[in-house]
Ligand binder design. Structure first.
Ligand code: CU
Length: 689
């Protein structure tokens, strides 16, 4: 907003200044020049404010939030503003107090001085560029080439107005200048503005044209970016120097990374992907894509069991897979088409088999064209009971929420329940709620009528969880899970999705004898913060002082093309997949990743096959590090997380707002001794994003 206002101000100043030599009358001149000077002061003050805001963001959030702007926009702003301060403002000040004969040629020379006018146009254009880039295209990790190119294009656009100003000045100096009638002057001015705009549009169009062509996805790819292998500053890997790493011994293919599945299955499920019309509790209908014709079927296993799930595809045209979200299965069972398997087309099947090592609340979903398929319903819950029954609960409820496209518009529901659900629970009983957010954005939950505890985050138990008051709301990342327990009191307990003031969201009423009517919610007074909750767990990664590799993922946004379509792009390190870097690690290493969100949206960052331990938030150590597989990173936030590279393979690391991943907000983690087995793209029909 600030930069847009500054741009507008300089355009006004520029227009008014161009008319300076033609103002008639001593009084009018005085007013005109005074106004000009003051508007210029305001413009300069606002530009200064922009600069101060940038510095303060640097101080508050860190260098990575301003690095792109500082390297590209700041030089342009300086080119625009330094001459303005050095020449234009002193000239304007002198003009205002000038007592010279107003009709003299001296005055004419001063008011048409290029040093008066060109810096104003330069400031206007610089501010305009700053405004555009702040919202539509934040530069991220720019190279010297990008900076030089931007400055060159900027100077190029300034050529036309500068040329006109200089020519008029030369005519005056030579004495060949004549004052043309007003309409002629206005026409000339408009023409000059028009030409400048055409040149600016031309520059943007040429860039867009080349972006459009460069954005087309390859027909086939092994999903690695061989031109940007990021080794995180660690020791050389087998992939260093981009050598053909297949030459080495001890290489292993993704398809072979199944883990030991020779033992017979302890539990077997069959899931048939199929289209089915589903009716929500409210009567709204969905043309759903389902597993087994159900909304969010639940698969259960006991820790230690060998789980076998046969996936069949009846009629999902583009094919399906199953990805076990948050579950660290061996790579070949991860369900990413084109990376860990081929997509399961109609009439085909694929059997997943893995040992259920982790207990807790998880979910599964298709990873083929995930933005569309998950939205349409290809997901379910996956619950693993601990091998040793330590459960301290009597009742257990899985609540998986999703946003449906129905014939009556968008509806949020727990499974197919988009209204109030009522559940009877005997007072004194302990209730475990397994909450899973299968929605495409973070969600707020309110539990009122009882104190409660959050006993587990993303499947990992919290050590000695504190009691939370029923005025505390909590928020789950897209794809995240919390286990919540409470003891049933003598009065009803209410759970609600969404804001307390909005009664639209689905809710659950737990009651002993009679359900209350009507139900109401109080506004919450605080929001749960996992970074200071319970007792700090004794986690291996919290005491590590030196990591083997450190990666940086700067999350940004820019307007651009993805696969030939104009989109608002969500970028990692300034790029969209397949141009995002491939992170390379060696088995056994300890890895740190820093997420820096300088974009305008939250991004739930999800790493496949590993759990991340959150170490720092905004540069400060968190009091209670916690383990997660889906970390919501809000705008202006910075998190440091760590993981152990203990699950060889190729793994996706992406934003779980699946629409963001679909336009490129994804990259891949590659173990250096692993070779791809599959290909993605239209040739194979494997569409993982
Ligand atoms: Cu995102």
């Amino acid at each position: 907003m600030l930069t847009y206002a500054v741009t507008a101000l300089w355009l006004i100043v520029g227009t008014a200044a161009a008319g300076l030599p033609y103002v008639k009358g001593i009084f009018q001149r005085k007013v005109w020049r005074t106004l000009l000077l003051w508007i210029s002061y305001i413009g300069l003050a606002l530009a200064l404010l922009w600069f101060i805001l940038m510095i303060s963001q640097w101080v508050r959030n860190g260098w990575w939030f301003v690095e792109g702007i500082a390297k590209t926009i700041l030089p342009i702003m300086l080119i625009g503003y330094v001459p303005l301060v050095l020449y234009t403002l002193p000239l304007l000040r002198r003009l205002r107090v000038s007592t010279a004969d107003e009709s003299s040629s001296d005055s004419m020379i001063t008011t048409t001085d290029p040093r008066l006018l060109i810096p104003i146009y330069a400031a206007a254009l610089a501010s305009g560029i700053a405004a555009f880039h702040t919202i539509f295209s934040q530069p991220t990790l720019p190279g010297l080439l990008e900076t030089v190119l931007m400055i060159t294009l900027y100077l190029f656009v300034l050529v036309v107005p500068s040329f006109i100003v200089i020519r008029r000045y030369q005519a005056i100096m030579k004495g060949t200048f004549t004052v043309a009638p007003l309409w002629k002057r206005l026409l000339k001015f408009a023409l000059a503005g028009f030409t400048t705009a055409i040149i600016a549009i031309g520059v943007v169009a040429v860039q867009a044209w080349s972006d459009f062509h460069a954005s087309k996805l390859p027909e086939a790819s092994d999903m690695m970016n061989h031109r940007w292998l990021d080794e995180g500053g660690g020791t050389p890997t087998m992939m260093t120097g981009h050598q053909d790493h297949a030459d080495h011994a001890n290489m292993v293919e993704v398809a072979k990374l199944t883990g030991d599945i020779s033992a017979p299955a302890d539990i077997h499920y069959e899931l048939v992907a199929q289209k089915r019309e589903i009716t929500l509790a409210s009567g709204a209908k969905i043309e759903a894509w389902t597993y087994n014709g159900e909304v969010a079927p639940e698969l259960r296993a006991r820790q230690g069991e060998m789980v076998e799930v046969k996936l069949m595809n009846r009629d999902i045209d583009k094919g399906v897979t199953i990805h076990w979200h948050g579950y660290n299965v061996p790579n070949a069972m991860d369900g990413v088409p084109g990376m860990t398997q081929n997509v399961v087309n109609p009439g085909e099947s694929f059997t997943y088999k893995f040992r259920a090592e982790q207990a807790g609340t998880y979910w599964f979903h298709s990873h083929q064209q995930a933005a569309e398929q998950v939205r349409n319903g290809l997901f379910g819950s996956f619950i693993v009971e601990p091998s040793e029954e330590t459960a301290s609960y009597d009742e257990e409820v899985t609540l998986i929420n999703h946003n449906w496209n129905t014939d009556q518009g968008e509806k949020t529901a727990f499974k197919d329940q988009d209204r109030v659900q009522k559940m009877q629970v005997k007072p004194g009983k302990t209730v475990l709620l397994r909450l899973i957010n299968a929605n495409n954005q973070s969600q707020k939950y309110l539990l009122q009528g009882s104190e409660y505890k959050i006993t587990s985050i993303d499947g990992t138990p919290i050590l000695q969880p504190d009691r939370l008051s029923d005025q505390t709301a909590f928020r789950l990342a897209a794809g995240g899970r919390y286990d919540v327990t409470f003891t049933m009191p003598n009065h009803p307990v209410l759970l609600k999705l969404g804001d307390s003031t909005d009664m639209e969201g689905p809710s659950v009423v737990f009651y002993g004898n009679l359900p209350p009517d009507p139900i109401s919610f109080k506004a919450e007074s605080s929001l749960f913060d996992p970074s200071q909750y319970g007792k700090p767990a004794d986690l291996e990664l919290t005491s590590v002082t030196r990591f083997d590799r450190e990666f940086r993922m700067v999350l940004g946004n820019r307007l651009g093309f993805y696969n030939g379509k104009m989109n608002y792009l969500w970028t990692i390190n300034g790029e969209v997949y397949p141009y995002t870097p491939t992170l390379v690690v060696k088995e056994g290493e300890k890895i740190k990743t820093t997420f820096i969100n300088k974009s305008l949206s939250e991004h739930p960052m999800h790493l496949h096959g590993h759990q991340m331990t959150v170490l720092k938030k905004n540069g400060k150590r968190v009091p209670t590090p916690w383990v997660t597989d889906t970390l919501n990173v809000n705008p202006d936030e910075m998190y440091e997380v760590a993981f152990i590279a203990d699950n060889p393979g190729m793994w996706m690391d992406h934003c779980h707002i699946l629409d963001h991943a679909a336009v490129g907000m994804t990259l891949h983690l590659m173990y250096d001794h692993v070779m791809p087995s599959f290909e993605a793209g239209v040739r194979s029909g494997n569409m993982p994003e």
